[in-house]
Ligand binder design. Structure first.
Ligand code: IPD
Length: 256
């Protein structure tokens, strides 16, 4: 099963790297776009995964979705980091999680330009191109913090920016990279210590959440409550050393 899904995702990655100036369409929300390549990649993934696993359901960014059920469901973001992709920044990924109800059982995040395939299976660890990955053991005052700016919801921007100041004062530095799934993998691989964002969608974290926890990390909503797969949410992900302090910092800047 893993090999079949991985082969389909790698092939879908070719659609993204081969794309030249795809048509861009606006979606609801501030500065929220979809390109023809997002739609072509999603169609390729769903067609081929459906052929290989005819009983599976699909929950994906560029389609209408029902609530997650107890049937095996592929949660898909065909291009996480669409804004990066539109600007030729080559830092985006395909994210595919296989979930049963609230449990993500298998996860793939693929960076097609670097050909990096992050993979995790529940209880079996996390890997990048077949090599095990682990979160770091670096504390916050020596750590790098990634934040996401929740760009499609402008009502969150002041709190996000206020939190950046708070985290910058307590860490070595902050980063904004532009793909929530890759940012979760960054923490999972020990290249950064913390990632937080005040609002992301179900397909932006489903795969990365399993990769992160299988790599030894912790993940929750920004108020400390457990994530609910299939829902829009805030998120805090970090190595275990940074988690409580990051939670306290997130709570220190109140909602407006
Ligand atoms: C977005 C990216 C971005 C994050 C947004 C997401 P998309 O996903 O992950 O980094 O800040 O909240 O929605 O729209 O490119 O799939």
């Amino acid at each position: 099963m893993k090999e079949t899904i991985e082969a389909i995702i790698r092939q879908a990655g070719e659609i993204i790297t081969a794309a030249k100036k795809p048509a861009v369409f606006e979606k609801a929300g501030h500065a929220n776009f979809v390109t023809q390549t997002d739609m072509d990649t999603q169609a390729y993934l769903i067609d081929n995964l459906h052929r290989a696993f005819p009983d599976a359901e699909f929950f994906a960014e560029e389609k209408e979705n029902l609530a997650l059920s107890d049937r095996p469901t592929f949660i898909i973001d065909p291009i996480d980091g669409t804004t990066n992709f539109m600007h030729g920044r080559n830092y985006s990924c395909i994210a595919v999680a296989l979930a049963v109800g609230q449990e993500v059982r298998m996860a793939f995040v693929y960076q097609p330009w670097q050909r990096e395939m992050y993979f995790a299976e529940k209880g079996k660890g996390a890997y990048c191109n077949g090599k095990p990955i682990h979160v770091s053991d670096v504390p916050l005052d020596h750590g790098v913090v990634i934040f996401g700016s929740s760009p499609y919801n402008l009502s969150l921007c002041r709190r996000s920016m206020a939190l950046c100041v708070v985290f910058l004062e307590k860490s070595v530095d902050i980063r904004r990279l532009g793909s929530a799934e890759l940012e979760l993998c960054d923490v999972a691989a020990g290249r950064s210590e913390v990632y937080w964002e005040l609002e992301i969608k179900a397909w932006d974290y489903a795969a990365g959440s399993l990769i992160l926890t299988e790599a030894g990390g912790l993940i929750a909503r920004a108020d400390g409550q457990p994530l609910r797969q299939g829902e829009k949410t805030s998120v805090l992900a970090s190595n275990p050393l940074c988690f409580e302090e990051s939670l306290r910092l997130l709570r220190s800047v109140k909602e407006e």
